[in-house]
Design a protein around this ligand. Structure first.
Ligand SMILES: NC(=O)c1ccc[n+]([C@@H]2O[C@H](COP(=O)([O-])OP(=O)(O)OC[C@H]3O[C@@H](n4cnc5c(N)ncnc54)[C@H](O)[C@@H]3O)[C@@H](O)[C@H]2O)c1
Length: 355
């Protein structure tokens, strides 16, 4: 079925991710008209508007929501503004695709979910890893039952050196945290989604702030180490109500041989590595592995798939792949990681007494 409806989309925040992903992806979608853009720095909004032929330019997103006839917005601001901008958009009757992480903390995230529910609008979080071909294929393997019950996950989001040197990424009061809330969330969200979003019950974590506090080698340029108030590394052990566990480690900067991103799931019938996709099991008295020679969507840009999913959800009246209640769960785990690290003790998420 071809859907001919055009939706009017606005962009909030004209920085790195807006220019690198959302503007090009939404610009080329056949059912989208980029109608307006806002940034507190007017020059940024104006230059993006010129490049992408966007008629409306604003410095205050509230004015944009009020004056433009928008259907949806993409929130591309620093983390601190995700909740207020998303809630204002939802209350103005707009569908929202908000950049990750969802919010600074679970209180904000719950308010976002409530705003989506009271307005009957879509709220999706831009966890674009879910749209990568190996992740989509891994989800099909899990859904097929080939792994059996998944009881162990190992999740790595490790950069040897990859501290964001632009924007406000190293400032805790604006971003809510560092490597974990910024980078670890992608792999955490993906692993939880592959596991079927089991209910977390306990988190035990540590974080460190060693390499970020001083000048260091960084291919992305020198970050502002004077303002570095976040963690550069985090590690966590998470237990779930269905008996599964997860070991999670992430870093922006760590003295390791090389950067490494992967999710490894161990099930009762087989195990799976995501990057690259490989399934491991016992078969006819042998230990065997299989890997795909070809996967659907191998050449797709995950940003394009994400945009198509969000626009499709609006036009077809269905939920997007990345749903707000799942991002709320990610936010609760990230918050528990920070609380556990601060307390030096395990944190319960199921209301049971902490031991
Ligand atoms: N999905 C991904 O892989 C990915 C990658 C990079 C960034 N991000 C996320 O995107 C967000 C932005 O990151 P970035 O790299 O683009 O940062 P950035 O600093 O390059 O851009 C942020 C922009 O938002 C503008 N801004 C700040 N407050 C605003 C407000 N109240 N209204 C309108 N505009 C405002 C800033 O002026 C800036 O231009 C962050 O939440 C980050 O986590 C996601």
């Amino acid at each position: 079925m071809t859907i001919s409806t055009i939706i009017n989309v606005g962009i909030v925040g004209a920085g790195n991710i807006a220019r690198g992903r959302h503007l090009p992806c939404f610009k080329k979608h056949p059912n989208v008209r980029l109608a307006a853009i806002s940034d507190v720095v007017v020059d940024l909004a104006e230059s993006a508007a010129k490049e992408y032929e966007i008629p409306g330019v604003y410095t205050d997103y509230r004015d944009m929501f009020e004056r433009e006839k928008l259907d949806a917005v993409v929130i591309c601001t620093p983390n601190k503004f995700h909740a207020p901008a998303s809630i204002a958009a939802l209350d103005a009757g707009l569908h929202v695709l908000c950049e990750k992480p969802m919010a600074l903390d679970p209180v904000e995230a719950r308010a976002m979910v409530a705003a989506a529910e009271r307005n009957g609008k879509i709220l999706s979080i831009a966890f674009h890893y879910r749209h990568m071909a190996p992740v989509r294929a891994a989800r099909r393997v899990v859904d097929s039952g080939e792994l059996g019950h998944v009881y162990m996950a190992r999740v790595y989001a490790l950069r040897r050196r990859g501290v964001p040197s632009w924007g406000t990424f190293v400032q805790k009061h604006i971003q809510g945290g560092g490597a974990m809330i910024d980078f670890g969330v992608h792999l955490l969200d993906t692993a939880l989604w592959l596991m079927g979003n089991p209910q977390p019950i306990e988190v035990c974590a540590s974080i460190s702030q060693h390499l970020g506090k001083a000048p260091n080698v960084n291919p992305w340029g020198q970050w502002n180490y004077h303002e570095f108030t976040v963690e550069d590394q985090a590690a966590a052990f998470i237990r779930f109500a269905n008996g599964a566990s997860m070991l999670l480690e992430c870093s922006w900067a760590l003295n390791i041989p090389e950067s490494h991103e992967n999710i490894s799931l161990s099930g009762t019938a087989a195990g799976l590595e995501v990057f690259p996709l490989k399934v491991n099991k016992a078969h006819l008295d042998m230990l065997v592995s299989w890997k795909p020679d070809w996967m659907p969507g191998e050449r797709d840009n995950p940003g394009d798939v994400q945009t198509a999913d969000f626009v499709g959800a609006i036009l077809e009246g269905r939920q997007p792949v990345s749903q707000a209640y799942q991002a709320l769960q990610v936010t609760e785990i990230v918050d528990a990681i920070y609380r556990s690290a601060a307390a030096g003790a395990a944190v319960r998420l199921d209301g049971a007494a902490e031991g």
